[in-house]
Ligand binder design. Structure first.
Ligand SMILES: Cc1cc2nc3c(=O)[nH]c(=O)nc-3n(C[C@H](O)[C@H](O)[C@H](O)COP(=O)(O)OP(=O)(O)OC[C@H]3O[C@@H](n4cnc5c(N)ncnc54)[C@H](O)[C@@H]3O)c2cc1C
Ligand code: SF4
Length: 507
């Protein structure tokens, strides 16, 4: 996204990407491709995670487009109030956005146009102001979602259709065929807008992409990056690339990894925050069993969201932020894979009787939650390996438990026989490790995403976001990256100039 305004402005852009294209991304198969997620989720990076539920090896998605290739496409904006607090949640973290919602709003509009987001404006009970409605509508609710919707409504809640980066109208990009497998799968027909569809467009407009090439070190001299050391992942060849400006967008784990491995901490007056204040949301999946397959067995999908508890919960009036509830599809292949082999046939039979809701609580940015180099281990590309330390606070866990209760209540009202919940312990929503801010002592990036102390280095991924809010993060990452790229290119937001040359319609 940061490259897009630069390519539009005629700059020569080289993108170095560790992974390869997800094979057959626009392929011939009519359905999304099962198992794709696990194929590209690699633990090769040797991220050792020490979390609430013990030690485990965590990984990352290394492919063109990163995890967005497999995401559900939920494309929500942060709320206006997310840019200013609250003190109750941020405590002494020093996390502070350097601009407000109005500054980001035109870039949100650009991101939605580029990705092709469909949705129903005016239905999200705390939706921030928008300059216009979504370009495409959501399709009618499936019977499953209708049942959930009616039950939630009966409980006095305000369910609505979450905006999704799913193309509904056949044109330059295929229209969704409703296979309902976005979450956890690559879209086989290219109807899901994501970072890979953007890269593809940029390559068509002249950007050079070097895939299967990992950046391993940024070389700096006199306050400037002079070279980026790279490794060709296919033959192990090492070489350098040189550029006037370097944009680092490797994700909230790999970006601080590179900064730490490149000894760029001392150069930054806010260097102590690099790798720190890691957030990842406090999430759980609530799974409920129904006597009959809800909705007649139609595969569930993200058609339904509840934002009634975003700004608090009646049981805990002191909390100014709690979180959200969303319908979730169950990536069947993934779930079955995790179940003991002898139990899989039973699980396969029960699966259509199970319905899922996911809860997402905003989590607190805490200094102790961090990534750090492990000098005792070397990863597959010759870098010191990365250790991740993360513990949720009591406040995070309290918010999650309030949301779990509400999700169970909705399922009970829909007729469930009983439910279980499971914490989501991945780093799929990792954020905040190289945060932006006004204060050079408490943030590593300035308002334009420039890394302080290094004139020609920018960070434009999830690590730049000072707070996690309680919505899925990718649209906000996209908007902040578009803003940073536009500033670097000296360009205005596309929605203001009305010249969306590299836009959804033309992709
Ligand atoms: C299954 C799943 C479903 C999700 N669903 C949603 C959703 O519905 N909505 C939502 O908003 N978010 C969703 N997310 C989260 C979303 O995908 C992430 O928040 C987002 O992709 C993070 O963006 P990023 O730019 O920070 O980093 P990434 O998307 O991780 O991009 C980093 C890129 O850098 C590359 N890279 C890493 N290291 C190197 C290196 N050393 N050299 C060169 N290249 C490198 C990677 O291969 C990757 O392409 C989901 C995530 C998962 C896993
Ligand atoms: S965008 Fe449509 S066709 Fe593509 S994976 Fe999602 S539901 Fe299936």
């Amino acid at each position: 996204m940061a490259a897009l305004p630069l390519v539009r402005a005629g700059a020569r852009v080289l993108m170095v990407e560790r992974g390869d294209w997800v094979s057959d991304p626009l392929g011939a198969t009519p359905q999304a491709t099962p198992g794709m997620l696990s194929r590209y989720y690699t633990t090769d990076a040797a991220y050792h995670a020490d979390t609430d539920i013990g030690h485990k090896t965590s990984g990352a998605f290394f492919c063109v487009g990163g995890p967005t290739v497999f995401y559900a496409g939920v494309s929500l904006r942060y709320r206006e109030a997310d840019f200013v607090g609250p003190a109750e949640l941020l405590a002494d973290s020093g996390a502070r956005w350097p601009y407000d919602y109005n500054e980001l709003a035109p870039y949100y509009a650009d991101a939605e146009a580029i990705l092709g987001v469909s949705g129903e404006s005016g239905t999200d009970p705390n939706e921030p102001p928008r300059s216009g409605p979504y370009a495409m509508h959501s399709p009618p609710l499936t019977p499953t979602a209708q049942a959930l919707h009616a039950a939630a409504h009966g409980l006095g809640l305000h369910p609505f259709r979450p905006p999704l980066s799913i193309n509904r109208v056949a044109g330059a990009r295929a229209a969704c065929n409703a296979c309902r497998r976005c979450d956890g799968y690559a879209c086989a027909i290219g109807a899901k807008g994501n970072a890979a569809t953007v890269v593809q467009t940029l390559v068509e407009h002249g950007m050079e992409l070097r895939s299967q090439t990992a950046a391993v070190k940024l070389q700096a001299e006199r306050g400037r990056i002079t070279a980026v050391d790279c490794v060709d992942m296919q033959d192990g060849r090492r070489y350098q690339v040189h550029a006037d400006n370097v944009i680092l967008a490797a994700g909230a784990l790999a970006t601080p990894h590179l900064l730490l491995a490149s000894n760029l901490i001392a150069a930054n007056p806010g260097g102590r925050v690099v790798g720190r204040y890691l957030t990842r949301h406090c999430n759980a999946a609530v799974l409920s069993l129904f006597r009959r397959p809800p909705g007649g067995g139609v595969v569930p999908y993200k058609e339904f969201a509840i934002h009634d508890f975003y700004f608090g919960h009646p049981a805990k009036p002191d909390l100014e932020r709690v979180g959200i509830i969303q319908q979730t599809s169950l990536p069947m292949a993934q779930v079955l894979h995790e179940i003991e082999r002898p139990l899989r046939p039973i699980a396969r039979k029960l699966m259509p009787h199970v319905m899922g809701l996911i809860v997402i609580a905003e989590d607190q940015p805490v200094f102790e939650n961090h990534v750090a180099l492990d000098a005792t281990r070397v990863d597959t590309i010759g870098m010191s390996a990365l250790n991740i330390h993360h513990r949720h606070t009591q406040r995070d866990l309290l918010c999650r438990s309030l949301l779990i209760k509400e999700a169970r209540r909705i399922h009970r009202a829909t007729g469930s026989l009983g439910s279980v919940w499971r914490s989501i312990n991945t780093f799929s929503h990792a954020l905040g490790t190289v945060r932006m801010g006004d204060d050079p002592a408490t943030s590593a990036l300035d308002t334009n995403g420039r890394y302080r102390g290094i004139d020609n280095l920018y960070v434009t991924d999830g690590s730049a976001l000072p707070t996690s809010a309680a919505v899925n993060p990718s649209l906000t990452i996209a908007a902040t990256a578009l803003r940073a790229g536009s500033r670097l290119a000296g360009a205005a937001p596309m929605s203001r100039t009305g010249s969306a040359e590299v836009s959804h319609q033309q992709q």
